[in-house]
Design a protein around this ligand. Structure first.
Ligand code: ZN
Length: 274
């Protein structure tokens, strides 16, 4: 009898925990968002995020709130002797949080830590070069997003990308877009969308635009998006995100359907920030 009571008590506690946790989490995040935004952070963003001063006052407030939550929840780890500074953390958070204006209530849910290398880092990659032959090769990387719980960045690359905001290349936007894509456990270029009915529209627009980019790249046609987007649908979504935020006017002029799809998803209109 006692065992049965304990069993139901434990089940009851688990169910209460499952129901209460999201509520407590939301309250905790709301408290973080209401914290005064440190003037030093503001100065860092003004200096390092070229579009920051073009955001509306409401957008800036929203971004501040997201940065507070992001910095409270994510761990930064310096690699190869790098000392992670306030500037590095706030800069990465500010760029990453541009992807959170749609208020889904998720903060890159799979991600726990961000590893920062001073510059380009080298990893050993294992590749199958034929039946039963596996080769190891050393590859230089600028950044990567692991579906486990880590994301890797090169600080040198981050600085270079924020210094050239309108060139369509941004390793932070790219890797964090992969995080959104991988939130459902699959890296296939489809993030979690608000409604079930959004998926067929997303699939159609993305497939058409991806095919178009692949065709243009094969034909050697100059494209507004980087040709790396033609690698696979997951890279296409990451590169399209970089282009949407950094070259919005060109993307809108040349691929308005894609622009509008991303505008609906990210709930921002970067053309207004140009
Ligand atoms: Zn990528």
């Amino acid at each position: 009898m006692l065992r049965i009571i304990i069993f139901f008590l434990v089940i009851g506690l688990i169910i209460t925990g499952i129901l209460i946790y999201p509520l407590l989490n939301k309250q905790r995040r709301n408290r973080l968002k209401r914290r005064p935004f440190p003037p030093l952070w503001n100065a860092i963003i003004e200096n390092n995020l070229p579009i920051y001063l073009r955001l509306s006052a409401a957008e800036r407030r929203q971004l501040h709130g997201h940065i507070q939550v992001f910095l409270a929840e994510k761990q930064f780890i310096g690699c190869k002797g790098l000392q992670v500074t306030e500037e590095m953390k706030v800069t990465v958070a500010a760029v990453a949080c541009l992807l959170l204006f749609n208020e889904r209530g998720e903060y890159f849910s799979k991600l726990r830590s961000i590893l920062i290398y001073p510059s380009t880092y080298v990893v050993t990659e294992t590749v199958a070069s034929g039946d039963y032959i596996v080769e190891e090769r050393r590859v230089a990387r600028l950044g990567e997003s692991w579906s486990r719980d880590q994301l890797v960045l090169s600080w040198e690359q981050v600085q270079q990308d924020i210094g050239n905001w309108s060139d369509g290349h941004n390793v932070v936007l790219h890797e964090f877009a992969h995080q959104l894509d991988q939130e459902d456990g699959k890296a296939e270029g489809v993030p979690i969308l608000p409604r079930k009915s959004d998926y067929p529209v997303w699939a159609q627009v993305m497939a058409e635009e991806y095919q178009l980019l692949c065709h243009d790249v094969q034909q050697g046609v100059k494209t507004v998006m980087d040709s790396y987007g033609a690698t696979n649908p997951a890279e296409f979504f990451a590169v399209a995100t970089e282009t949407f935020f950094e070259k919005p006017q060109q993307l809108l002029n040349q691929h308005s359907t894609l622009y509008k799809l991303l505008q609906r998803y990210y709930q921002v209109d970067p053309v207004q920030w140009v």
